[in-house]
Design a protein. Structure first.
Length: 271
């Protein structure tokens, strides 16, 4: 298992092959394209071709794609939902230039309440995304009442759509189920700051213990949001400390729990 990185680290700076080269030289092989304007301008066909050509020519693994924040996918008005889906499809057109690994989707806004009809809207949206792109869709856990682990599990059980999973974001709550991918970021416990791991209040040893015990093997993407040029120092430091914790936990989970004063495992964790 290794750690990838999201192009969110470049903030609003226009994404170019030169910046991607910096990630490659920093030995980040798994890259997630963060489709937020103006950073990754998925509307610019020429820029998109240059970026995806870089993946092919540099022999890098195909990237994953974090779709634009299209909160209106769950809007009550059909016109608003259609506009949101049109924007997602516009972004997904980049898959015509090169293959993508999977797509990460936000459902709802921070703090948004749940309404059962939103399952119908989510179903329609995800089916549209998959029929348009053929990609696996991972629903990101959010700090709302719609995209929690339990709610996503209820939705997938009811919808029975193939190739739908969960992307757990460490800044949006605790790990409460099985994740297919993980976004690694931190915060101050009150705001969704997208700090780099170890810069906020999250208990990282506790998370690493759960991942090691569960034998998690999916993608782990650093998703810090930098505003200055020390982003690579921050990313390297976070990756190094996470690797060290992983190695410690795998070497002896009992000693790891004692060292970091973690509680004994719950009975269901041992079953």
């Amino acid at each position: 298992m290794d750690f990838g990185i999201s192009t969110r680290c470049f903030g609003i700076t226009a994404l170019t092959p030169v910046l991607l080269d910096r990630l490659r030289r920093s030995e980040f092989s798994a890259i997630e394209l963060h489709a937020a304007l103006p950073g990754f301008d998925y509307r610019n066909r020429s820029a998109v071709r240059d970026i995806l050509r870089w993946f092919s020519e540099s022999e890098m693994p195909q990237p994953s794609l974090h779709l634009p924040y299209a909160e209106d996918v769950l809007a009550a008005r059909p016109l608003e939902r259609q506009r949101a889906l049109d924007e997602l499809k516009r972004c997904l057109e980049i898959g015509d230039a090169a293959p993508l690994n999977y797509a990460v989707l936000h459902l709802g806004a921070a703090g948004q309440a749940f309404n059962p009809v939103q399952f119908e809207y989510a179903y329609s949206g995800i089916v549209t995304i998959q029929s348009f792109s053929g990609l696996r869709v991972l629903i990101e856990t959010l700090d709302n009442d719609i995209a929690t682990f339990s709610r996503i599990a209820d939705f997938t059980a009811a919808a029975q759509i193939p190739n739908v999973g969960i992307c757990y974001d460490t800044g949006h709550g605790e790990l409460e189920g099985v994740a297919d991918a993980i976004h690694l970021d931190d915060n101050d416990g009150a705001s969704d700051d997208h700090l780099w791991p170890f810069e906020g209040t999250r208990n990282w040893p506790a998370l690493i213990e759960r991942l090691v015990v569960s034998s998690y093997q999916g993608p782990m993407i650093l998703e810090g949001a930098s505003r200055d040029d020390d982003r690579f120092d921050q990313a390297h430091s976070a990756r190094s400390r996470l690797r060290d914790l992983m190695d410690e936990a795998r070497n002896s989970i009992e000693e790891f729990r004692l060292k970091y004063k973690l509680p004994p495992p719950r009975q269901e964790d041992d079953e």
